[in-house]
Design a protein around this ligand. Structure first.
Ligand code: XIL
Length: 315
């Protein structure tokens, strides 16, 4: 049967995956599935600040270029992830005073976005990532504590200046349904756009868990963002479960994957769905959520799971 990307393309959407550089370099089965099933890729870590600018002014694009070159060879688009985040950012950034930090941020964005500005494979960026608390307040990160809210508008303006054609996104988790956090994001996007700040796109990470229920108003939430004039995308989909895996959990998980794809298909402004990896052999879930796992669409032996079939059949 045809790969996921063929079905997604027929619906005018992308279907993507996050990729890790070491697996891409070392494992043929990983490479084959990554290159055939998906039409879009995101670097799982290789474009983050600690990889691209580990010390001030010393830029390293080796891992990022590896992902972009793979994508180019396989006719895939790359979503750049991520320019400004409170994690995986070197200590030298976190210790700067306000004007030096703003300058370092603007330079980082200019260099990283600029490196790919003329590369047709890289079409969009997560400009800021995870700036809200779950209660809808601003996350008190070192960015916010040092610069206040202004870093967000400054970051988007710097990204637009570095690549006028790239689609610029704000990205977060627990914003899939309508809740205090997604409403805070909605209000910020609305206000930034009214001020002429170039926010083109909203990313819903979608790190879901079967034990927490499905956000049944996901389509409605996407629609309210679309009405602001932005595109939306699912950026980091996975659906974890309490281990061990069993067939009943697999069935619930498959339903969640199907629901996400259907929500995106129902919303014209939704560009597509990126899954945060594809094989349970390599997933951030067991390392981050104790006792949980099996969150992806292939098992550890690269066998397709019910969640793969659900995505395939929904597309
Ligand atoms: C995760 C990666 O998957 C891990 O390999 C890494 O150790 C930590 O970051 N939200 C994001 C992603 O925006 O960048 C995170 O990726 C998962 C949560």
């Amino acid at each position: 049967s045809a790969p996921l990307r063929t079905h997604a393309a027929a619906k005018g959407k992308f279907i993507g995956t996050a990729l890790a550089t070491s697996q891409l370099a070392n494992e043929a089965s990983y490479r084959t599935i990554a290159g055939t099933e998906f039409s879009q890729v995101t670097a799982e870590n290789a474009m983050k600040w600690d990889s691209t600018e580990p010390s001030q002014g010393q830029f390293n694009f080796s891992g990022a270029d590896q992902i972009v070159n793979f994508a180019t060879q396989n006719n895939q688009q790359v979503h750049g992830h991520t320019l400004v985040w409170h994690q995986q950012t070197p200590g030298w950034v976190q210790g700067l005073g306000a004007s030096a930090m703003r300058q370092a941020m603007q330079n980082h964005i200019a260099q990283v976005v600029g490196h790919y500005a003329s590369n047709a494979t890289v079409t969009s960026w997560d400009v800021v990532n995870e700036i809200f608390d779950d209660n809808g307040g601003w996350r008190t990160s070192f960015w916010y504590n040092t610069l206040g809210q202004s870093f967000v508008a400054d970051a988007f303006r710097a990204a637009r200046a570095a690549d006028p054609d790239a689609k610029l996104c704000i990205n977060d988790y627990n914003v899939e349904g309508i809740n205090a956090k997604s409403t805070a994001m909605y209000n910020l996007v609305s206000s930034l756009r009214q001020q002429g700040v170039p926010v083109d796109c909203v990313g819903f990470q979608s790190h879901l868990a079967i034990q927490y229920g499905f956000p049944s108003d996901m389509q409605q939430n996407m629609e309210r963002f679309a009405a602001l004039g932005v595109t939306v995308r699912v950026t980091e989909l996975d659906v974890r479960m309490q281990m061990p895996r069993d067939s009943s959990k697999d069935t619930t998980q498959a339903t969640y994957y199907r629901n996400v794809v259907n929500a995106c298909l129902a919303v014209t402004a939704c560009a597509g769905v990126t899954i945060w990896g594809f094989t349970d052999k390599y997933s951030w879930v067991p390392d981050t959520f104790s006792g949980q796992g099996a969150a992806l669409i292939y098992d550890e032996n690269y066998q397709q799971k019910p969640s793969y079939t659900a995505v395939h059949d929904a597309l």
